[in-house]
Ligand binder design. Structure first.
Ligand SMILES: *Cc1c(COP(=O)(O)O)cnc(C)c1O
Length: 378
């Protein structure tokens, strides 16, 4: 039969009428730029993240860029982040002519290893960007402690982690100085194109980001700052105001799917035999509900590349997130890193595979995925 990595038809089918009504309403209003739905969504997302302010922006990438701009990061500054993430996390640092400084990941969570951050701090360090990869919060307590002691800002890259809870129950985007969300269609809360949001508890920073979002003019046409056009479209906000009502249900189903995979891979012996290692949940024991929101379900497997070919032949969607760590990317060669500098990131890039986890995935489909993987190792 085959199973896709993501099925947006199945995802949107039950809410198609509601989405169409929202689109039509926006169309008829003509309030395409910063219309009412944007402000409404900003308040709702801030509340959802248990933070004070949300500011809708063009994409997750621009959420990161706007955050760094508002923090005044520029030439000569260093920003510490993970070498194992989506390109934008490090790309935005370089685009502002600051220097990305990489710190290896913890192999059990794939998130930045806090115990390795402090030795990367220099007098030029201005910020840390922890990434909540695959939907699980980075270990924020030690990161915030280091940031406090060295007077650094913390920009949470929560593009994959909306609503994800840290061990103390705080949610992604509410812990650091500012948090960044993406509404790219494959994220847990996706719009019908590009969209994103910055979230913060800091009054001044929120004000600065709001001004920078509209070219830095405040009042309009009077510029103390040089910003850009970073506005979220009203039409995307309207769609997101519909979809946000369903987010908790979708998260629950992703978590149930994850539990079902855990059972399947233990039953078929793949875990026991060491062919497959399941994702670890760092904060589940803390009793928080959204300990992991599973934007991706990522296995560490033996003979990864051959397994991918095998799965493609069987029509099973699988992807590598991410095949090349930042320090080995051609565009970052000028930073002077070399192979072997971040062993855990390099290993993860060679050994991991994401399999379908989307909310509408059925148990029959999951069995098919697990059997397809098992048939490779016999
Ligand atoms: C998706 C993603 C981004 C970028 O978001 P866009 O909305 O696609 O610009 C940034 N960081 C991470 C970790 C992501 O997964």
């Amino acid at each position: 039969m085959g199973v896709p990595l993501l099925d947006l038809n199945a995802h949107h089918e039950p809410i198609q009428q509601e989405i169409m009504a929202a689109l039509q309403q926006t169309f008829l209003s003509n309030a395409f730029i910063l219309g009412q739905d944007v402000g409404k969504l900003e308040e709702r997302i801030a509340t959802y993240c248990r933070a004070k302010y949300g500011i809708g922006v063009t994409s997750g990438t621009d959420a990161l860029l706007l955050s760094l701009m508002a923090l005044g990061i520029g030439p000569g500054d260093e920003v510490i982040t993970s070498p194992y993430s989506f390109f934008a996390t490090a790309g935005v640092v370089s685009r502002l002519c600051a220097k990305p400084v990489f710190v290896d990941i913890d192999p059990s969570t794939y998130n930045i290893d806090p115990s390795k951050i402090e030795c990367a701090v220099t007098p030029k360090t201005k910020a840390i960007i922890p990434v909540h990869l695959y939907g699980q919060c980075a270990d924020m307590a030690p990161i915030m402690d280091i940031a406090r002691r060295h007077n650094l800002s913390v920009v949470e890259d929560a593009a994959q982690a909306i609503g994800s809870e840290y061990r103390d129950g705080r949610r992604a985007c509410s812990i650091g100085t500012v948090g960044c969300l993406s509404f790219f269609p494959s994220k847990n809360l996706g719009c019908l194109g590009d969209g994103g949001m910055v979230v913060t508890n800091d009054d001044d920073l929120a004000e600065r980001m709001r001004i920078l979002r509209v070219h830095g003019g405040h009042p309009k046409y009077y510029h103390k700052l040089i910003g850009g056009n970073f506005r979220l479209d009203t039409i995307q906000a309207a769609v997101l105001n519909v979809k946000l009502n369903y987010l908790d249900g979708w998260t629950k189903r992703r978590q149930e799917n994850a539990d079902r995979y855990r059972t399947l891979f233990r039953q078929n012996g793949l875990v026991e035999k060491g062919h497959v290692r399941l994702p670890e949940t760092a904060y589940r024991d803390a009793g928080v509900r959204h300990h992991h929101i599973y934007n991706q379900f990522v296995l560490r497997v033996e003979q990864r590349d051959d397994l991918i070919t095998h799965l493609k032949d069987k029509g099973i969607g699988a992807e590598i997130y991410y095949p090349i760590p930042f320090h080995l990317q051609e565009c970052f060669r000028y930073l002077g890193y070399k192979e072997g500098d971040f062993i855990e990131s390099e290993r993860a890039a060679k050994e991991t595979i994401a399999i379908p986890i989307y909310p509408e995935l059925t148990s029959a489909q999951q069995t098919e995925v697990a059997e397809a993987i098992a048939s490779f190792y016999v």
